[in-house]
Design a protein around this ligand. Structure first.
Ligand code: ATP
Length: 289
């Protein structure tokens, strides 16, 4: 199961004085089981790219397929594939439109043709996922909630679709630090249970260090770097900085441990996991002394 982006160009305002090439020859394959972090300076094309992955935007040139199905189509199979890629937008208020929280979250599963009982079950499960109490919020208007609560409703609406791929574009905007930790720990938990793969667009390098198993660095509408976060941070810091991004603080811990003679564990999937394993090894050495 995978999403493939083939030779994709995207131009905003084609033929107008505001014409702007936002994607420039992007080739990419994202597989089930990956937690892909997408970083890059502002305007590098991250949001434009992810909006192609579930057919919200169509390439000016090239194509995007999910399991071989071209998202440019309009048939039933294409729609089902688009539904398998859930998207949490940068601005949740753009995503909410129903009169109650419950109806808003139920919209996607209802559209998929699920019966009432199943829809209800998914709404409750999704509200639990985002830690919104059903009895308190189900009947409230989503427009009378705080930004952080709206964001939770928007995330719940996508979770209720049971997507194979979950795209999150700057999901922490509007969430307080506790809210962020809550949502991200649930996302991590479901990712680890293999309920979905994740594509996370963020400027938050700590989140990348904690969560990403693969890193894409966007620069001027191109994928400038694509690899294991650990390798990019440890071995390609200069190239990364040339793309307008710096390494997460945890990189220095990793370098310190490496300089103490602790090998970087190749099997670690995230930077944080590597740092934890290396710290354990260091402790082990200390005890041995
Ligand atoms: N609706 C639009 N109309 C015209 N140009 C746009 C539009 N949306 C984005 N662009 C331009 O396309 C380029 C890529 O924008 P995009 O939003 O994809 O970047 P980004 O990396 O997600 O940025 P940010 O980190 O600020 O969210 C930028 O130059 C931006 O100004």
């Amino acid at each position: 199961m995978s999403i493939r982006v083939e030779k994709v160009n995207y131009i905003y305002g084609k033929g107008t004085p505001y014409e702007r090439k936002a994607l420039d020859g992007v080739n990419l394959e994202i597989h089930k089981g990956e937690f892909v972090g997408i970083i890059g300076h502002t305007g590098s094309g991250k949001s434009t790219l992810v909006q192609h992955l579930n057919g919200l935007l169509h390439p000016s040139e090239g194509r995007v397929t999910v399991d071989g199905v071209d998202l440019a189509g309009k048939d039933k199979e294409t729609i089902a594939k688009r539904h398998s890629v859930g998207m949490v937008f940068q601005y949740p208020e753009q995503q909410l439109f129903e009169e109650t929280v419950k109806k808003d979250i139920a919209f996607g599963p209802t559209n998929m043709g699920l019966d009432e009982g199943n829809v209800e079950r998914r709404v409750r499960q999704a509200m639990e996922f985002v830690r919104l109490d059903y009895n308190t919020y189900a009947e409230r208007s989503p427009f009378r909630l705080s930004g952080g609560q709206q964001r939770r409703v928007a995330i719940a609406g996508v979770i209720a679709m049971h997507p194979d791929f979950l795209i999150m574009d700057e999901p922490s905007a509007g969430l307080d630090p506790v809210g962020r930790m809550e949502i991200f720990s649930r996302v991590k938990e479901w990712f680890e249970k293999k309920y979905f793969s994740v594509i996370l667009v963020t400027h938050n390098m700590d989140d990348i260090a904690r969560l990403a198993t693969r890193l894409l660095v966007m620069h001027n509408g191109r994928v400038a770097m694509d690899g294991k976060p650990m390798d990019i941070f440890l071995n390609h810091r200069k190239e990364l900085q040339a793309c307008g991004v710096d390494v997460p603080p945890l990189t220095d811990t990793l370098l310190y441990l490496k300089n103490q003679g602790i090998p970087v564990p190749e099997t670690a999937r995230t930077v944080q996991e590597a740092a934890e394993k290396m710290a354990d090894m260091l402790k082990g050495d200390t005890h041995a002394d």
